[in-house]
Design a protein around this ligand. Structure first.
Ligand code: FAD
Length: 492
């Protein structure tokens, strides 16, 4: 049987000349106005305001992510005008056994892509939603901002700084979609004060896997709210969020403290964390050539408007080998990764495979893990990248699916490698898997971002521990057909 519905004026465009009229559930291909009729049943596509595109170029831009380690080509790309289009497409996908996922399409200029590392936004053979189509900042008040999910943290920060306001927690690199980072967590240098970016969300608008457009907050649909944030896109597609804002400082005084030994580095990190003397705190491990011991660095930042902070009390009881103090505007500090990104792009490393590994280590076993892992990591592995390592208190995190070790303090271990573009990524992927196995035996948890191959259902169950039930119950409620976000590979 061949049903060929008549396209309406608002149905969906594709390629240069054709219009998608429906999905052929027999041949599992899209039927367009220019196709020669093929046998099979075509389910007519309901009208939408946006566009559904099936041309190869557009699908290719959604087939890869920043990690350049996977290929997940969708059947089609939805450019929505709002949540109603997403709801229509989710309902259509459910009826036709198609998968749907939001793709952050973050970055700068024309270089937009998902900044996932291992296909987390991928939806092979399904429908990928272009988040960048939802790009409006709706309101900025003295205490919060309401934005579409495709707005980047850079766009929001630039807008709020003109009101002397800032999001409390910013990722190191700002050109990431707000919907993307709050779906995975979103960590940055102020996590020890404000929690993850997901913890700074006051309310969301979300399209569930059952195609319902809902709002959610801690008091309204709280289960949906708490399982959407840091929930890996498993219960819904976040279309809008209201995010907390705080007064922005004008300047940043950056203290760069270096260390030759790990013990003093970790002790000073803990001292700074415990007394909260710096509003911003990160750390880095500097892998040395020829098997020499690593060096360590703390970057702690004090904020100010006019009077530069006195270094003496800020450095009390710290024992770095060297101390360097510089001042810059708060804006420049928040955008500090831009220069780094430009350098990497100019070197030609940006578009090469990057097998990143992001873990949360329990503070008590962090030295043991570092002593095991660091000798296995060479300067060639790191390439033009870096290895971040800094602590925060786990009680700052408010959403159950933002999983960290069962200890008061955790260390982010963030292996952000940019190997030489000719490097075969397979050994590094295997290294990630092996380090993950060791880390979990020491009580660590993975961050949802990064590239850890061969995650099994048992691995995920172990990862979520007591919150596996939280996740599966929410999944069964809000996405019972498992339509959403297959690239996270949590529900294969
Ligand atoms: C250069 C660089 C620097 C980074 N720095 C940091 C950092 O400092 N801190 C940090 O925490 N992370 C950092 N990351 C990782 C970042 O958090 C992830 O890349 C994250 O996935 C956000 O990227 P994205 O906005 O492109 O979203 P995507 O990667 O496209 O999406 C992430 C996941 O969420 C889903 N998703 C996306 N949008 C939505 C939505 N609106 N609703 C529901 N699900 C959605 C996707 O399907 C996917 O599963 C960095 C990444 C890069 C490449």
């Amino acid at each position: 049987m061949n049903h060929r519905p008549t396209p309406t004026r608002r149905t969906i465009l594709t390629g240069a000349t054709a219009t998608v009229i429906g999905f052929n559930t027999t041949t599992r291909t899209w039927a367009t106005t220019t196709d020669t009729p093929t046998p099979g049943r075509i389910t007519p596509l309901p009208p939408i305001q946006g566009t559904l595109t099936t041309d190869t170029t557009t699908r290719d831009t959604h087939a890869h992510d920043f990690g350049r380690l996977t290929t997940t080509t969708p059947y089609a790309v939805l450019t929505p005008t709002g949540p109603a289009d997403i709801a229509t497409i989710i309902n259509y996908a459910r009826r036709n056994n198609l998968k749907v996922a939001m793709n952050g399409q973050s970055g700068t200029g024309t270089e937009l892509e998902s900044h996932s590392n291992y296909g987390q936004a991928g939806v092979a053979g399904g429908i990928s939603i272009n988040a960048r189509a939802l790009n409006r900042i709706h309101a900025i008040t003295p205490t919060n901002a309401t934005v579409d999910a495709g707005v980047t943290w850079a766009q929001l920060t630039d807008a709020t700084l003109t009101h002397n306001l800032t999001p409390p927690c910013l990722t190191d690199y700002l050109h990431l979609s707000i919907g993307g980072t709050i779906s995975v967590g979103g960590i940055g240098s102020t996590v020890h004060k404000h929690g993850l970016q997901a913890d700074t969300v006051e309310s969301i608008e979300i399209v569930t896997g059952t195609g319902r457009i809902l709002t959610a907050s801690p008091t309204h649909n709280p289960t949906l709210f708490h399982t959407a944030l840091a929930g890996a896109g498993q219960v819904g597609i976040i279309t809008r969020a209201t995010l907390k804002l705080i007064p922005a400082p004008k300047n940043a005084r950056v203290f760069t403290l270096t260390y030759n030994d790990q013990h003093t580095f970790l002790t000073d990190q803990q001292t700074i964390l415990n007394d909260g003397r710096f509003p911003s705190q990160i750390g880095e491990i500097l892998i040395q050539p020829n098997g020499q011991p690593p060096r360590y660095k703390i970057e702690a930042v004090a904020h100010y408007n006019t009077t530069t902070p006195n270094p003496t009390p800020l450095l009390t009881n710290l024992n770095p080998t060297t101390t360097d103090i510089t001042d810059q505007t708060y804006h420049d500090y928040t955008h500090r990764a831009d220069t780094f990104a430009d350098t990497i792009k100019n070197l030609g490393y940006w578009n090469a495979p990057k097998p990143w590994l992001s873990l949360f280590l329990p503070a008590t076993t962090t030295p043991q893990f570092l002593n095991h892992a660091l000798p296995q990591i060479t300067p060639q592995d790191i390439g033009a990248g870096l290895l971040l390592c800094y602590p925060f208190h786990t009680n700052k995190l408010t959403h159950p699916l933002a999983i960290t070790p069962n200890e008061p303090t955790t260390y982010l271990f963030d292996l952000l490698t940019f190997p030489h573009p000719d490097t075969n990524p397979q050994p590094a992927l295997q290294r990630n898997r092996t380090l993950y196995n060791t880390a979990t035996q020491l009580g660590a948890k993975r961050y949802l971002v990064g590239a850890i191959p061969h995650m099994t259902p048992h691995d995920w169950q172990t990862h979520y521990g007591p919150h596996w039930t939280t996740l599966t119950t929410a999944k069964n409620t809000y996405d019972p057909t498992h339509t959403l976000t297959p690239g996270q590979n949590i529900f294969p």
